[in-house]
Design a protein around this ligand. Structure first.
Ligand code: PEP
Ligand code: MG
Length: 557
């Protein structure tokens, strides 16, 4: 939550006609200018990649690769050799590449276009001697920055000392810029439309990142209430962090495991200090993407073993490969699907490529049997929509060398389902007796229940996981899980908001899995939750008709 004065950011336009080679400069000299600029950008990126945040550091490493990529370098060289200045050559080569990538049907490559534009922008800043950084670095304290969009390049020049909040007309919460803003601790709201760019600069504004609201010229009373809420949140964080390594138990004595979501080996660096009770969701896509062949069984065992050696607690929940939707891989050429989120994704894809399913199950069974592994491997099946998919996975598991039914009975290896398609929630009572746990993926459950694409900012506001339709499906899942006496976790983003925990607990959720920075906050929310009050809250929420009403129940003041 940030409070400050509005400032509209317009990136300095790239010179449309940068000077061409002056008679006194030769292609050799222009090439040298390009190499000098490239070196400076390389140094800049190397410095930025030292940041203590793996996700952010990866962005800059990718940018370094692009900087040295032959596609870019050769195109610049060829243009300079034709007698064009280094700046024009860079501008042309980078915009041609951006266009080429944008036109690719492969989502992964198309999304790289923004990174190429960013690298081009950095090079041009050096070649033209103008610095976008100057505009951003010179912002006065307590600025609320309004912009169409920001590139990661822009975002690296921001400082939380001057920027109180960012509001973007476009972009999405999972874009690189949002990741950077989060790592800087700057509240950001995105996808709000270009009307914000016409707001008069200098007005007082509140950026409410919790509710995704920009409030311009608040009255005294509202401003005061926001100042107080901000102080309360800060105090809450300080208390929470001082207890983060203690178990979280509700006021009525129920222990709630607060697990952590992990997306890569590097994420493990953050979790030791988070106080997480275990790993509630290891998204294994990182092991399979950005390579030309799938990892062999041995390589997978090694990767899971490494995670298990560094993890807190006993539980290692590994989700089977969830490829498809917005996460393609190169060596599995999916048909071009007009609705990839409704296509061959998750378990559907694994069942079409049984060798991938078998190898991953083999690796997980092997890890669970290693004498040095003393925890529990929970295998999580993504995108289940049919009961036969569960039967098929259990059949394949049965055929894995070394696997015996006792492993499941002894609790060393468990099999659970992602409940993220409404069909799975509606059939939860039928599938619960077949499995050992449920994990509710509310990111997808909200998308599929409300028919609102999770990566389309135009419908993002429709896909609230607090919508009573989604809550009813969560309640249904919990009821079935409770009857079968299996743990029911929530691993979607909503679980990371501590104010939502009492509602989830009241609905019957028994565990949660959240991003590392949210672990202390959610643990603290568990400690402040009373079971009876939570169940009353849940019953009231289930009687509402709109997400806004649920929101008001959670934030009554
Ligand atoms: C979810 O759908 O809520 C989930 C946790 O999985 P992912 O975000 O990886 O699809
Ligand atoms: Mg999902």
């Amino acid at each position: 939550m940030g409070i400050g004065r509005l400032y509209t950011y317009t990136p300095l336009p790239h010179p449309t006609q940068p000077r061409d080679v002056e008679p006194s400069t030769s292609p050799a000299q222009e090439w040298q200018r390009y190499l000098d600029a490239r070196q400076k950008v390389d140094d800049e990126l190397a410095q930025l990649a030292k940041i203590d945040n793996s996700l952010v550091a990866d962005i800059f490493r990718v940018h370094q690769e692009i900087l040295h990529d032959r596609l870019l370098t050769d195109a610049v060289r060829a243009a300079i050799d034709r007698g064009i200045s280094a700046a024009t050559a860079t501008q042309q080569a980078s915009s041609d590449l951006v266009q080429m990538f944008q036109n690719l049907s492969d989502d992964y490559f198309a999304s790289r276009a923004v990174d190429i534009r960013d690298v081009g922008q950095r090079l041009l800043a050096h070649l033209n001697g103008v610095s976008l950084a100057r505009q951003l670095a010179a912002l006065p304290p307590n600025t609320v920055l309004l912009a169409e969009d920001l590139t990661p390049f822009d975002a690296t020049h921001l400082s939380s000392d001057s920027v109180a909040g960012i509001v973007l007309a476009g972009s999405a919460p999972t874009a690189h810029t949002a990741i950077l803003a989060r790592s800087l601790g700057i509240p950001l709201i995105c996808g709000v439309g270009s009307a914000i760019l016409h707001l008069p600069p200098g007005q007082l504004a509140i950026v409410d990142g919790l509710q995704g609201r920009l409030i311009v010229e608040p009255d005294e009373e509202l401003l005061e209430s926001y100042v107080q809420t901000r102080q309360r949140l800060l105090a809450f964080r300080i208390t929470a962090e001082s207890h983060s390594h203690e178990a979280a138990t509700t006021l009525d004595g129920r222990r709630v495991l607060v697990h952590v979501n992990i997306n890569s080996q590097e994420d493990m660096l953050q979790i030791a200090s988070s106080g997480a009770d275990g790993i509630g969701l290891l998204r294994t896509e990182y092991l399979f993407q950005e390579r030309t062949t799938p990892p062999a069984v041995e390589e997978q065992i090694e990767a899971y073993r490494l995670i298990s050696q560094q993890m807190p607690g006993e539980i290692l929940t590994v989700r089977l490969l969830d490829i498809g939707g917005d996460k393609p891989v190169r060596y599995l050429p999916q048909m071009t699907e007009s609705n990839p989120f409704l296509g061959v994704r998750g378990i559907r894809l694994l069942l079409q490529h049984p060798e991938l399913l078998r190898d991953q199950l083999q690796a997980l069974v092997s890890l669970s049997l290693e004498s040095s592994f003393t925890g529990v491997v929970r295998i999580l099946v993504p995108m289940v929509s049919k009961i036969v998919e569960v039967y098929r996975v259990l059949e394949v598991l049965d055929s894995i060398p070394g696997y015996r039914e006792e492993h499941r009975r002894e609790g060393r290896l468990q099999v659970g389902l992602m409940i993220e398609v409404p069909a799975a929630a509606l059939l939860a009572d039928r599938v619960a007796p077949l499995v050992d746990f449920f994990s509710i993926g509310t990111n997808d459950l909200a998308q599929y229940t409300l028919a609102a694409d999770r990566v389309n900012s135009a419908v993002a506001s429709l896909a609230s996981p607090l919508d009573p339709s989604v809550l009813r499906l969560i309640a249904m899942t919990c009821q079935a899980g409770n009857v079968a006496e299996i743990p029911i976790s929530i691993c979607g983003e909503m679980a990371g908001d501590p104010s939502i925990f009492p509602l989830l607990f009241g609905l019957g959720v028994t565990e949660v899995s959240v991003v590392a920075p949210a672990v202390p906050l959610v643990k603290e929310a568990v400690r402040q939750t009373d079971g009876d009050a939570a169940r009353r809250l849940a019953a009231n929420a289930l009687r509402t008709s709109r997400a806004q009403e649920v929101h008001r129940l959670l934030h009554p003041e």
